[in-house]
Design a protein around this ligand. Sequence first.
Ligand code: 5AD
Ligand code: SF4
Length: 464
Amino acid sequence: MTEMRPKQGKSVFIRTYGCQMNVYDSERMADLLKPIGYEAASAPEDADLVILNTCHIREKAAEKVYSELGRLKKAKARRAEAGGDMTIAVAGCVAQAEGAEISARAPVVDMVIGPQAYHRLPELLARDARSRGAVLETDFAVEEKFDRLADREADGPAAFVTVQEGCDKFCTFCVVPYTRGAEVSRPVDAIVGEARALAAQGVKEITLLGQNVNAWAGAAPAGDTSGASGRDDWKLGELCRHLAKIGGIERIRFTTSHPRDMDDGLIAALGEEPKLMPYLHLPVQAGSDGVLKAMNRGHTAEHYVRLIEKIRAARPDIAISGDFIVGFPGETNEDFEETLALVEAVGYASAYSFKYSRRPGTPGAAMRQQVAEAEKDDRLARLQALLERQRTAFNAAQIGRVLPVLFEKPGRHPGQLVGRSPYLQSVHAKAPDSMLGTIAPVRIEDVTPNALAGALIDEGEDAA
Ligand code: 5AD
Ligand code: SF4
């Protein structure tokens, strides 16, 4: 057995790259390290332990890690000169994808820990010197990781809760099925336990996280009378309705969804459960059926547009967000025009768009007809201009409306707080600190490039 004596006065700096799942994982790593004496350091140079929680989704994301390791090498040498030490760990998807190659390319790295292995960090650190050079690529024992995540401290009124990890979809451009493994759902009781613990600490909004969050499935809790029975009879819709009953939880979101898993139960829940926020991130990636097929998305453009219509019929005010890739191998100008047409047809409140990036080991990387970089640049600029027009129009349409805002933190100016609208827009308003963590109606008066500005509704004023 490994002895885990608390080490006093140690500090850790965690740098997070990539998606919200990594943000969540970084927070949980900090939680795991606290009981063994690690406090947060404000800069990597001051830390005894530096963890890079990495992203492998696009080439640029992975390369950033190696440049950061270059900087850390110097910081580590400076600490050594001063008689100190610095342990450097690479966690996350680069760790999983490249494993021992990382230490070969960057010998400054002491530990490599895949995304499903980080719950073993305390153990590794307790073994200290012996663990130097350790490579914990994952065995994908996600359930074990989930079990170790029960205790956590909320930091603010909005929190993420992982409900699902991994992906079985194998889009031909994507590394996630290789770095995060197969789809695994966390059981209902564990999710409810975490949500209750967060609610008890004042959390008002939870965002359910998963690479394929709407593929979540689980067994209904014992004694459930919703009529379902058997294994994995609950889908995400039932889970959301169940979580909505937890006292204190006022808002529920989930991300990221796949069009193929957007079932009727979830759409009905979006229409009927007021605590489910009217915002849906539903990536389509491209608007041409030929490209969608080559991407192995498993649906057509028309299927996606119909799906959006169905969701809007259930929840008319829903804001749609998406992800797009331009320049996938074989994408012609005509194909790209179909992406623009789909964007016009859907109307997005927000979106992320990327140039296709060749990821080693994925089928897309080996495809012929790779698109020239200059062409990708051109298409990305055109797509982003259109998406930006739609985003601006969506934001401008809020002026004059009263939106409930969950105040999350102080604003840049004194006397101001910043929160989120139901549509996930940042909203600034003059409000006392005592309103942090509360939801209050705000009349939207102005839009800035990245946020809305408004004023609290006076007591007694009609909020309608
Ligand atoms: N190239 C460019 N973008 C990618 N994404 C995933 N893999 C790649 C890749 N190889 C984008 C997709 C996905 C988002 C998280 O990142 O749009 O939805
Ligand atoms: Fe990647 Fe496709 Fe899975 Fe999303 S659905 S994580 S894009 S393989």
